[in-house]
Design a protein around this ligand. Structure first.
Ligand SMILES: *[C@@H]1O[C@H](CO)[C@@H](O)[C@H](O)[C@H]1NC(C)=O
Ligand SMILES: *[C@@H]1O[C@H](CO)[C@@H](O)[C@H](O)[C@H]1NC(C)=O
Ligand SMILES: *[C@@H]1O[C@H](CO)[C@@H](O)[C@H](O)[C@H]1NC(C)=O
Ligand SMILES: *[C@@H]1O[C@H](CO)[C@@H](O)[C@H](O)[C@H]1NC(C)=O
Ligand SMILES: *[C@@H]1O[C@H](CO)[C@@H](O)[C@H](O)[C@H]1NC(C)=O
Ligand SMILES: *[C@@H]1O[C@H](CO)[C@@H](O)[C@H](O)[C@H]1NC(C)=O
Length: 400
């Protein structure tokens, strides 16, 4: 009875609501100056500090002795940004959702329980994995996208940490599961597997009253979302939880609006400026802009997409002949004495000197012959005509 109560208490401990308790204190954020530039990452419109951003893309600059960091304010907390990409991703440092070591009965929480409601971001299903580390744990994620619920999860076992495989997260000490596409918020259930399962032991046919799992002491378990490129499981992860609660990189997808391109083009808020193209975001909501082929830069600002001078670099220059840069493209001209489309990828510029001469000779020769023949024919016709005229006159004379 007591042990049962303990188990329940234990579970309750594991399942305490994972609120984010580690928000950055807003007082350290320098909110007085819109001109402030945090130089730790590259920032471009629609992102910007404070009011310099498109609505929803505002960043904060946190200034402290340890450095100035660009921060992303979200519903669940303020997150340090690792990088922002024009292709539609933002990487942030989020930390664990839940974690505990057996010798300490308290739960560690980072900013891992991300809530993106009301923001232009969704969790990247392409980059992130739901991850659990532990020797007897189960993690379940229930995400929300609109009115629907989406689930995912995995379990991880191991007998002793020494038997896990470094670098592998396939259920032995570490497990990973895909996350549903396009979710903005989620709940996590992270717990030990309960004991009321049926055990079948290979050695004993008639059941066994001992669990297959021995509990090693001093083991740590944790659950988090992580950019799969940024995490490699190691045996060491079972013996400690890193004190820094922001050590997991999570990737968010950012998009403009909630419309697809077709609809967005007809709206006054359409964000793609000149020489750019709109494309529907792969996350299922919103769109992105991209500079058209032959242009580069920022498609979200006026004159942001600038013509690329394809001719400037001899190596990447597409022309085999003379290269002339034109807006959005190049014009390739073959030098005289050569012919072709002038492009390295195309027919290039081929010397035509000998061929032309040979062709020219044949042509000239046949022209001379042609002309000679015609002169003879003309002569015959002419002479024939004269003959006819003379004969006409003669006939005329005779009739009189
Ligand atoms: C942080 O920004 C402040 C201005 O807001 C500047 O004076 C300081 O030098 C910066 N610190 C670092 C480490 O860049
Ligand atoms: C369960 O295990 C204990 C010792 O580990 C043993 O004394 C007991 O007889 C076992 N019970 C059954 C039903 O096998
Ligand atoms: C796995 O990594 C740990 C360090 O985290 C190391 O001590 C151990 O020897 C490695 N195991 C194997 C099989 O490489
Ligand atoms: C896992 O272990 C590796 C190697 O020791 C370490 O670099 C990494 O930060 C650890 N990650 C976590 C989540 O503990
Ligand atoms: C956007 O443009 C860049 C450079 O022109 C290109 O590499 C990239 O594939 C384009 N992306 C899409 C989705 O069209
Ligand atoms: C550039 O010009 C070539 C040749 O006229 C044409 O085939 C190609 O489609 C053009 N490229 C662009 C991006 O307009």
């Amino acid at each position: 009875m007591l042990s049962q109560l303990l188990v329940i208490l234990d579970l309750l401990l594991w399942m305490t609501p994972c609120s984010s308790s580690n928000q950055i204190d807003p007082s350290v954020l320098n909110t007085d100056s819109p001109q402030v530039r945090c130089k730790d990452i590259d920032v471009f419109y629609p992102f910007g500090y404070y009011s310099a951003a498109l609505s929803g893309f505002e960043l904060l600059c946190s200034t402290s002795e340890s450095g100035n960091f660009s921060m992303l304010p979200l519903k669940s907390g303020t997150y340090r940004i690792k990088s922002i990409s024009m292709e539609g991703e933002v990487s942030i440092y989020a930390g664990a959702i839940a974690g505990r070591c057996d010798d300490r009965k308290t739960m560690n929480r980072g900013l891992g329980l991300i809530n993106l409601d009301g923001s232009p971001y969704t969790l990247s299903d392409r980059r992130n994995k739901l991850t659990a580390i532990g020797c007897d744990v189960m993690v379940l994620l229930r995400g929300s996208r609109g009115p629907g619920n989406l689930m995912s999860g995995c379990v991880s076992f191991c007998d002793t940490p020494g038997n896990v495989i470094n670098g592998s997260c396939s259920g032995l000490g570490c497990c990973q599961a895909a996350i549903p596409k396009g979710i903005k918020s989620f709940d996590i259930e992270f717990k030990r597997i309960e004991d009321d399962l049926v055990f079948c032991s290979a050695g004993q046919r008639n059941g066994d009253n001992t669990s297959l799992r021995g509990h090693s002491s001093n083991l740590c378990s944790q659950a988090f979302l992580v950019d799969q490129e940024e995490f490699e499981f190691s045996q060491a992860n079972l013996s400690s939880i890193l004190p820094d609660e922001t050590n997991h990189v999570v990737v968010l997808d950012w998009t403009i609006g909630n419309e697809r391109c077709e609809e967005a083009r007809r709206m006054p808020t359409y964000a793609c400026k000149q020489n750019s193209q709109c494309y529907d975001s792969p996350s299922g909501v919103g769109y992105h802009c991209n500079c058209s082929t032959g242009y580069q830069g920022n498609p979200y600002i006026e004159d942001g997409c600038q013509d690329v001078d394809e001719c400037s670099d001899q190596k990447t220059n597409p022309c085999a002949g003379h290269c002339i840069n034109i807006p959005g493209n190049v014009s390739c001209i073959c030098p005289s004495g050569t012919s072709g489309d002038g492009r390295k990828q195309g027919s290039g510029c081929k010397k035509i000197f000998h061929l032309e001469l040979a062709l020219g000779n044949i042509f000239q020769l046949s022209l001379v012959r042609f002309a000679q023949r015609w002169r003879m024919i003309l002569l015959i016709i002419y002479r024939g005509n004269v003959l006819e005229k003379v004969m006409d006159i003669m006939i005329d004379c005779e009739t009189h």
